[in-house]
Design a protein around this ligand. Structure first.
Ligand code: SAM
Length: 263
């Protein structure tokens, strides 16, 4: 990151380690360790140093998305407020899923948190998205095909593309037999990244992921006609991400280097 010029990136998504205290391994060996002997006092400075650098790299129209979970979400929210400014907070997105273990001593923990901040509130790129179906009962269809509800003030029409996407996202976890699976642990679903890339960038923009793992963000960005830039401390991750990117047929020039991947 230090080698990159100021204000060169349009969208950053990161899914960094979040103190799971686990060693994440693939069939071919260890991929990375998410253990912090100094606990939160070691984790926070590690992430802060990188977030400060990311802010420098963002254009005024850029957005950063930080994917974490209940273990560190409260610490990271305060850190982001401090680095980006409370006034630039956009969303606390709840990624809700059903898979995982069963809890009997507390409610099952079935969501991750994705915090998003604009570099400069109001100048940030944002394309509203529509998805899903309306929950309202008693919808009727007008002669021209539009859905509406009768109210005492007359008909209220509903958008044909469905409701606006909110900050609660029901996106299934990748199944163990999904075609998307690369074998890399902690791989995130492309559907999650599609929303982020579509909402917060335009075709041709530069999308970056500095903890790219298997390259989910970069692959989605490439497929959606964005430029992409990524790195990972794990050589195995860089190889998996590079192979994944090479399999996507797009007219985007790509270059792969040890320890980082750019296109
Ligand atoms: C949760 S995984 C990312 C998974 C990714 N979103 C995907 O869909 O495959 C976190 C990644 O951060 C990487 N990582 C850990 N420490 C790092 C560091 N200091 N710099 C860069 N990457 C790091 C790990 O190797 C791991 O691939």
């Amino acid at each position: 990151m230090r080698t990159l010029p100021d204000a060169c990136i349009d969208l950053i998504y990161i899914d960094p380690p979040f103190m799971t205290n686990a060693t994440r391994s693939t069939a071919s060996g260890q991929s990375y360790d998410d253990k912090w002997s100094g606990g939160i006092d070691a984790y926070c400075p590690f992430l802060r140093e990188r977030l400060v650098e990311m802010r420098r790299l963002m254009r005024d129209s850029a957005t950063v998305y930080v994917h974490i979970d209940h273990r560190v979400a409260h610490h990271v929210r305060l850190m982001l407020d401090d680095i980006f400014g409370v006034e630039n907070f956009l969303n606390e997105i709840i990624w809700s899923y059903r898979t995982g273990g069963v809890a009997t001593k507390w409610f099952g923990r079935k969501h991750d948190t994705i915090l998003s901040y604009a570099k400069v509130m109001g100048r940030h790129t944002f394309n509203s998205l529509r998805d899903g179906t309306y929950r309202t009962d008693g919808l009727k269809r007008a002669d021209d095909g539009r859905l509406f509800k009768s109210t005492k003030n007359g008909p209220v029409y509903f958008h044909a593309d469905g409701p606006l996407v909110t900050d609660v996202w029901e996106v299934p976890f990748l199944s163990t037999v999904s075609l998307e699976r690369t074998g890399y642990p902690t791989q995130k679903p492309e559907a999650l990244l599609e929303r982020i890339v579509e909402a917060s960038s335009q075709p041709g923009d530069l999308v970056a992921d500095f903890f790219c793992g298997s390259g989910t963000t970069l692959s989605v960005a490439k497929r959606m006609g964005r430029k992409w830039l990524g790195c990972d401390v794990s050589q195995e991750a860089v190889e998996i991400a590079s192979n994944r990117l090479h399999r996507i047929e797009m007219p985007v020039k790509s270059k792969v280097e040890t320890g980082s991947t750019t296109g």
